[in-house]
Design a protein around this ligand. Structure first.
Ligand code: FES
Length: 104
């Protein structure tokens, strides 16, 4: 699948991501700024916080209760479309996904 990250400065990074890879791993592999992934995808840091583009929010689904709790401690303000990107896994159904990276 292909994913595009929209950066706070208006730039975009687009990359091909293999099925099964999560969006935090994909972001760090593609040097997307502000997506850190400090806990390695274990749902305990919230440094992989992103906003899902409105068009994609339904397809990526909602955060479960554990992710929801972690989103409350994310550094950037939380929005309705906030997700922890380590909890979004690449699949063909998400081809074209757009993620918005919070400012630093
Ligand atoms: S990488 Fe730590 S919560 Fe996603």
């Amino acid at each position: 699948m292909q994913v595009t990250w929209k950066l706070p400065d208006g730039a975009e990074i687009t990359a091909d991501v293999a099925d099964g890879i999560n969006m935090m791993e994909a972001a760090t592999a593609n040097n997307v700024p502000n997506v850190i992934g400090e806990c390695g995808g274990n749902l305990s840091c919230a440094t992989c916080h992103v906003y899902v583009a409105d068009d994609w929010a339904e397809k990526t689904g909602a955060a479960d209760e554990f992710e929801d709790a972690m989103l409350d401690v994310a550094e950037a303000p939380r929005r309705d479309t906030s997700r922890l990107s380590c909890q979004i896994t690449a699949s063909e159904g998400l081809n074209g996904l757009v993620l918005i990276v919070p400012g630093a």
